[in-house]
Design a protein around this ligand. Structure first.
Ligand code: F6P
Ligand code: MN
Length: 347
């Protein structure tokens, strides 16, 4: 696909590769695109727009404070997707339960899962934020929660939108990972990053260092080796980068390589980790693998996990092959010493 192609053209040409396609998926992607452009427009106004920034004074099921923009972005996703007849049901970080399509609208064949506004702590400081989404085929015309609990390998599409200095949408349908930049003059996403490939070797890592005292031994071993730089086993110096918005931190890894992790630690052990499998870990893992990288819990490929709960959390470590090999080797050693399961056969 040629640089300069619009996202719509890219999707229609993809559709033509599948002679049995009905065009429903293309239209669903179009609705997602519209929602994201509306979110981007609200984000760009910043403090100038009344009631966009700031806290909503409510909390979500996960005990997190909701910002106005979390709620606005969630509404925009629902509004754009509820009436068209492409989705059978939806699931959002901001809603306790799955969202059923009201009876007045037709139901489609897809399940749409999203984190409408990721990295909320960056909203009020004019920092980078994003939207993450994942699409599954619905096993039933009247889906229930259980239908959403499917391993990430079954995703038919995953993507994110980064509201950064420029707005970008990065997607995969299982044929590579492709990046589109929003041209604000014409309001179209334009292909700027075709077939993104994560460099196999890199010198950056991304982790919230303030949780160091709580990490598991293999994560500490990996980070200590990077801190030692050219005097240690890595024999080169590293840089730490942590934006605190997964979309931005993962986007940097897709472009420049490196390792991103929100590992399990003693603070988050009871809840299984920090990041949510359905709308954070799975879509990012799909994008990273399609770009030639690795995405793991430390012990298992993320995309192989069968979720048991809608808002389930898991440990996440992803990025460049060689960085992940080092990290996974440390996990393998720790697993052997502590009689833990380790599923990566390639390590
Ligand atoms: O949605 C979760 C999230 O905001 C991610 O985008 C980000 O990586 C992480 O939480 C930041 O967590 P912390 O505030 O603990 O650094
Ligand atoms: Mn999030």
């Amino acid at each position: 696909m040629q640089i300069g192609t619009t996202l719509s053209q890219y999707l229609i040409e993809e559709q033509r590769q599948h002679p049995t396609a009905t065009g429903e998926f293309t239209m669903l992607m179009n609705d997602i695109e519209v929602a994201c452009k509306q979110i981007a427009a609200a984000v760009k106004k910043g403090q100038l727009a009344p009631n966009v920034l700031g806290s909503a004074g409510t909390g979500n099921i996960q005990g997190e404070e909701q910002k106005n923009l979390d709620i606005i972005a969630n509404k925009l996703f629902l509004q754009n997707n509820v009436w068209r007849g492409h989705v059978a049901a939806m699931c959002s970080e901001e809603m306790d339960e799955i969202y059923q399509i009201p009876p007045e609208y037709p139901r489609g064949k897809y399940l749409l899962i999203f984190d409408p506004l990721d990295g909320s702590s960056n909203i009020d400081i004019n920092g980078p934020i994003g939207t993450i989404f994942s699409i599954l085929r619905s096993p039933s015309p009247n889906p229930v929660e259980e239908d959403f609990l499917r391993p990430g390998v079954e995703q038919i599409c995953a993507g994110y939108v980064l509201y950064g200095s420029a707005t970008m949408m990065v997607i995969t349908t299982g044929h590579g990972t492709h990046g589109f930049t929003l041209d604000p003059d014409i309001g179209e996403f334009i292909l700027t990053h075709a077939d993104m490939k994560i460099p196999e070797t890199a010198s950056e890592y991304s982790i919230n260092h303030s949780n160091r005292r709580e990490w598991e031994a293999p994560v500490l071993e990996y980070v200590k080796a990077r801190e030692a730089g050219k005097n240690g086993v890595c024999k080169k110096n590293y840089t730490l980068r942590w934006v605190g918005a997964m979309v931005m931190d993962v986007h940097r890894i897709l472009l420049r390589g490196g390792m991103f992790s929100y590992p399990i630690d003693e603070r988050t052990r009871a809840q299984g980790g920090r990041l949510r499998i359905l709308y954070e870990a799975n879509p990012m893992a799909f994008l990273v693998e399609q770009a030639g990288g690795i995405a793991s819990t430390g012990y298992q490929r993320i995309l192989d996990i069968k979720p048991t709960k809608l808002h389930q959390r898991i440990p996440v470590m992803l990025g460049s092959k060689n960085e992940l090999y080092d990290l996974l080797k440390a996990h393998k050693k720790y697993a052997l010493e502590n009689n833990l399961e380790f599923h990566h056969k390639e390590i």
